[in-house]
Write a protein that binds this ligand. Structure first.
Ligand SMILES: Cc1ncc(COP(=O)(O)O)c(C=O)c1O
Length: 336
């Protein structure tokens, strides 16, 4: 085990010993290899640099209460990367190659897997890039797939508390029939103008639907959910990323006897919600304390403390990820 102060780790990159990589040339993926070299030699004309042919993923391995390692819903990340690859006309990484690469990255970096109860986990960043040199506009035919691991600290350093959000109507992160449903770098670069401005004011961004700027779309780099009566409500939109955490929370909410509604959510409906949050791999749930709508001089207040449903859902998901309760959906790949 590395001598790392696990509970002091933040949510940022810590280099591990190995990364894993595989290349696609002449219609064939090479076997994934683990290497200590974290750099690549890339022609500056590569399609990832010229035309943004790039997609990525994010998933976690947890050291459980029983000492076993659990990787959460790895196949879902494989499927989503395949969808992103097709969206940008790239070669999809087969599920088997994706999963073997994650397992190899874990095995070669076991010393970087944080112990149970430190709040830290081993995060994996799978990355797919187009490497064909090409100046004429168009897709390439060569690709590199890599898995970059990093131990990351607890998302909530000061505990599980709500944070303030601001509604953004100045920047669209993705068009209705654009790339919002894919996890591609361009969406994030397109949102930086809005998110950095919000961060400077101590806020996170809520993006509205790009056509009418009327309905809630994404919460920064996370999905939105709200609780209204006994309903778990989350946006139906062609421009949001299908979050694996949100999908899991919907299942858990149904299990708790809640109604799950996936539909358009007008911003003003926040006034009828008792609690709401952003959900994603990083934080599981990031409760929303307040939503500021500067254009209409309106503030929707939810309070700094997370609501009871958010707490229940958060605990239910973390209990499965840390092996504290049985995993009825086989969400975790368990490694003894
Ligand atoms: C834009 C965006 N939406 C939603 C999510 C949440 O997805 P997941 O729960 O699969 O991490 C993420 C993070 O991956 C994201 O970047």
């Amino acid at each position: 085990m590395k001598n790392i102060n696990w509970s002091q780790l933040g949510f940022h990159y810590t280099e591990t010993d190995y990364i894993v990589r595989s290349e696609f040339h002449n219609g064939i993926w090479s076997e994934p290899i683990a290497t200590t070299d974290k750099t690549i030699q890339l022609n500056l004309s590569a399609t990832c640099l010229q035309y943004g042919q790039q997609a990525f993923e994010g998933l976690k391995a947890f050291r459980g209460v029983d000492g076993k390692i659990r990787i959460f819903r790895m196949e879902q990340n494989a499927l989503r990367l395949q969808s992103s690859a097709r969206g940008l006309y790239m070669q999809p990484v087969p599920t088997d190659l994706f999963c073997r690469s994650i397992l190899l990255a874990l095995q070669k970096n076991l010393d970087f897997l944080p112990p149970y109860q430190t709040g830290a986990v081993l995060y994996f960043r799978p990355l797919l890039i187009g490497t064909t040199p090409r100046l004429g506009v168009g897709p390439g035919k060569d690709f590199l797939f890599a898995v970059i691991p990093s131990p990351i600290g607890p998302y909530f350093k000061v505990g599980f508390h709500g944070t303030p959000f601001i509604v953004n109507r100045r920047v669209d992160r993705a068009a209705p029939l654009g790339t919002g449903q894919f996890k591609v770098g361009g969406n994030y670069a397109a949102s930086f103008r809005a998110t950095e401005e919000a961060h400077a004011a101590g806020l996170s961004c809520i993006f509205l639907d790009c056509k009418e700027h009327k309905y809630i779309d994404e919460c920064g780099a996370a999905n939105f959910f709200g609780i209204k009566g006994n309903s778990y409500i989350t946006p139906a939109s062609s421009s949001i990323l299908p979050s694996i955490t949100n999908n899991s929370l919907m299942t858990l909410a149904r299990d708790m006897g809640m109604k799950v509604e996936r539909r358009k959510i007008p911003l003003e409906e926040l006034a009828e919600m008792s609690e709401c949050g952003a959900c994603g791999t990083a934080a599981v749930i990031s409760p929303i304390a307040r939503v500021i709508d500067p254009d209409n001089q309106r503030i929707y207040e939810f309070g700094k403390e997370p609501g009871p449903v958010s707490i229940k859902l958060y605990n239910a998901l973390q209990d499965i990820q840390y092996g504290r309760v049985p995993d009825p959906y086989n969400w975790c790949k368990i490694i003894d």
